[in-house]
Design a protein around this ligand. Structure first.
Ligand SMILES: Cc1cc2nc3c(=O)[nH]c(=O)nc-3n(C[C@H](O)[C@H](O)[C@H](O)COP(=O)(O)OP(=O)(O)OC[C@H]3O[C@@H](n4cnc5c(N)ncnc54)[C@H](O)[C@@H]3O)c2cc1C
Ligand SMILES: *[C@@H]1O[C@H](CO)[C@@H](O)[C@H](O)[C@H]1NC(C)=O
Ligand SMILES: *[C@@H]1O[C@H](CO)[C@@H](O)[C@H](O)[C@H]1NC(C)=O
Ligand SMILES: *[C@@H]1O[C@H](CO)[C@@H](O)[C@H](O)[C@H]1NC(C)=O
Ligand SMILES: *[C@@H]1O[C@H](CO)[C@@H](O)[C@H](O)[C@H]1NC(C)=O
Ligand SMILES: *[C@@H]1O[C@H](CO)[C@@H](O)[C@H](O)[C@H]1NC(C)=O
Length: 585
């Protein structure tokens, strides 16, 4: 492989460009240096004002990258991504919180706060959520595959295609091993060992962090692309899909898109002639419904209120958006704990999944400012909005800052330990996405309605009860203080100050109230373009032609233990299906 930074612009052979792309997330080189080596990846401002392709994929994320790489095998494909290349400092496990704590307009994580009051984040980078996430990798269950109506054999070969280049077996440190044994002792059985499958019991799952802690991302799939078949544009924000009426076709037909580069110039891309060419939206749960609405496909009255010309009145666009609520408990440890993101998961029958992240003491430079502090905090920190120190509606930026400062003043030993968290299946509760403005760069307004349905709250309570059994287990005893009762961990803020739980006048600890007050996100939000409501079984958008949506916005329930594997799989799976359709006579 060529040394990064040595390539000359425009002169690298395609094979060389593809080889260098492998190290996209790994190389500690500047973006300019990386770009020089990547022939098919360019800045949007260098793109022509007008161009044409067989497929235009909008969103270079977790689904969009494998999809574009696959389609490029036999066609000319344009992949449009609003963000840049993954930063070198997003590439390792230790830096998990860096992007999430960065709220600047250039951050690869765009912060949003749902109407529920929970701080959340969405990707703005090539590779999408796979550049930000905790890396845990697990497939959807066989029942989920059946219910989705997917072809199970193609599903499995699509998973394998991704797993070959991206997925690793984690080195399990003692804290995670104790969590696994504790889950088994707490009755979350059987022991499923190491597996990618989503099955009841306790398992070690896969991870996209390799054994040196380096992240691999969906952007790595682009190395499987045919370099001549693919163009990737960075910092290309799509503002609209173009439609026209066509003789003999009942519906409006997508024929191109408009995108804006960072200098503000608009570019147009058209589909080449041919009925099989398509625009495919893979802009994620927030981005896909937003872009359909901006293009005139959505609820009529809502679009009119924003001055958008209505092409198809589609009331279901933006509906059925859901986020699996997450609640966590910090368990202080008498002994130092290594850093780990999610590796072990307990899946009890009650419909809540138990996971853990440890090592918040890691590299703690106490005197070095808030950002370093966030970094040292493992997965959950006040800077990222991921700590249930206040009920959702009270989590203003000022309040989060105060919480962060209060934590700064604590003794560092208070942070030695790990979080055990639970997220629930489904969920059943759902909400909606609405435009705030017609600006494609702005976040839409998102409402998840956490715990609106009693079933979800019951699942959370079961999850918290399982966590309590884990804390009290013999297997976990090396990582808890002997004098720390479950009750004290939850309520004794003098001795256990990291779980700064909201206190109520009655001061009784109701598990239901605990679930509501400490709710956070595990970022598994999905929906907004459901199959059967906005897209058909082949992911074609109802009411128009030449347009599909392929990403997490099409899911009714979050697949698998955590969703990234099914999202990547879907990108590959649909790429293979669309190619087969193209060449079928
Ligand atoms: C912090 C975090 C931790 C997570 N942890 C895990 C985990 O451990 N395991 C797991 O399985 N899952 C995890 N997830 C969830 C998982 O990563 C997501 O479900 C998945 O990445 C969603 O993929 P997607 O393709 O639907 O969207 P994304 O990957 O978000 O891709 C959408 C892309 O579209 C681009 N885009 C949007 N609008 C436009 C536009 N108008 N023009 C051009 N481009 C646009 C975005 O910039 C983005 O790159 C986590 C997610 C986050 C954020
Ligand atoms: C990460 O690296 C980029 C450049 O590679 C830099 O601009 C950014 O400030 C860094 N972020 C953090 C949180 O260190
Ligand atoms: C697909 O793989 C799963 C394991 O992940 C297995 O249980 C299932 O039987 C496989 N399906 C087919 C059709 O091969
Ligand atoms: C606790 O730690 C000690 C010393 O490392 C070890 O021998 C023991 O097996 C551990 N206990 C459990 C339950 O893992
Ligand atoms: C528990 O024990 C630790 C030392 O082992 C001590 O520092 C702490 O104050 C004790 N907590 C309580 C509630 O007694
Ligand atoms: C305790 O008070 C809170 C409000 O402060 C209330 O929502 C909750 O239902 C009360 N719990 C009990 C058990 O009474």
């Amino acid at each position: 492989m060529a040394a990064p930074g040595r390539g000359r612009a425009g002169s690298a052979a395609p094979a060389l460009a593809a080889a260098v792309l492998v190290s996209l997330c790994l190389a500690a080189v500047s973006e300019e240096e990386q770009l020089e080596n990547l022939r098919f990846v360019r800045h949007a401002q260098d793109a022509p004002a007008v161009s044409s392709y067989n497929y235009i994929v909008i969103g270079g994320g977790t689904a969009g990258c494998p999809l574009a790489a696959t389609l490029s095998e036999h066609s000319r494909v344009l992949l449009l991504e609003r963000g840049g290349l993954p930063y070198a400092n997003m590439s390792s496990e230790q830096h998990f919180t860096d992007a999430l704590a960065d709220t600047s307009p250039a951050s690869p994580a765009q912060r949003f706060i749902s109407e529920d009051g929970v701080v959340n984040a969405r990707a703005r980078v090539l590779g999408g959520g796979s550049c930000l996430n905790a890396g845990f990798y697990t497939r959807a269950s066989n029942e989920y595959v059946r219910a989705a109506g997917w072809d199970a054999r193609l599903v499995n070969s699509s998973y394998r295609w991704g797993e070959r280049s991206l997925v690793f077996r984690p080195d399990v440190p003692p804290w995670q091993a104790a969590l696994r044994d504790a889950l088994l002792e707490a009755g979350v059985t059987p022991d499923n060992g190491f597996t990618f499958d989503h099955v009841t019991g306790t398992k070690i799952g896969g991870t996209i962090f390799d054994n040196s802690g380096q992240r691999h991302t969906a952007a790595d799939f682009l190395r499987h692309a045919r370099p001549r078949g693919l163009t990737v544009l960075l910092y290309a924000t799509v503002s609209r899909i173009l439609f026209r009426r066509q003789d003999g076709v009942a519906y409006p037909v997508a024929y191109g898109v408009v995108f804006t580069d960072p200098l503000g110039a608009q570019h147009r891309v058209y589909l080449r002639d041919g009925a099989k060419n398509e625009v495919i939206v893979s802009a994620g749960t927030l981005g896909s419904p937003q872009l359909l609405m901006l293009s005139g496909v959505g609820p009529q009255a809502h679009l009119e209120a924003h001055g958008i010309e209505v092409l198809v009145d589609q009331p279901m666009v933006g509906q059925g958006v859901a986020d699996n609520p997450m609640n966590s408990v910090f368990i202080p440890s008498p002994v130092p704990v290594e850093l780990s993101l999610v590796q072990v998961v307990g899946i009890p029958r009650s419909g809540s999944f138990i996971e853990g992240v440890s090592g918040s003491e890691f590299g703690m430079p106490v005197s070095d400012g808030a950002l370093r502090w966030a970094r040292s905090f493992g997965m959950l920190s006040p800077q990222t909005g991921q700590l249930g120190t206040l009920p959702p509606k009270q989590r203003t930026p000022e309040a989060l800052q105060r919480a962060a400062e209060a934590m700064m003043r604590l003794d560092r030993r208070a942070f030695r330990g790990g979080f055990i968290l639970e997220k629930i299946l489904g969920p059943v509760s759902s909400g909606h996405i609405e435009l705030r403005t017609a600006d494609p760069r702005a976040n839409p307004a998102v409402t998840f309605n956490y715990f609106r349905e009693a079933e979800d709250l019951e699942r959370c309570v079961h999850g918290v009860e399982t966590i309590e059994r884990v804390i009290q287990s013999r297997a976990f005893s090396n990582f808890t203080y002997a004098n720390a009762s479950v009750e004290s961990i939850f309520t004794d803020s003098a001795n256990f100050p990291v779980n700064l739980l909201p206190r109520h006048a009655n001061d009784s600890r109701s598990p239901e109230q605990y679930c509501k007050d400490t709710v956070m996100t595990i970022w598994h939000y999905h929906g907004g373009c459901h199959v059967g409501a906005v897209v058909d079984d082949d992911y074609r958008v109802f009411g128009v032609q030449g347009l599909r949506v392929i990403d997490s916005s099409t899911f009714k329930y979050s697949p698998g233990t955590n969703p990234q594997a099914p999202v990547m799989m879907l990108g590959r799976y649909m790429g293979v299906k669309i190619q087969a359709e193209r060449w079928r006579k």
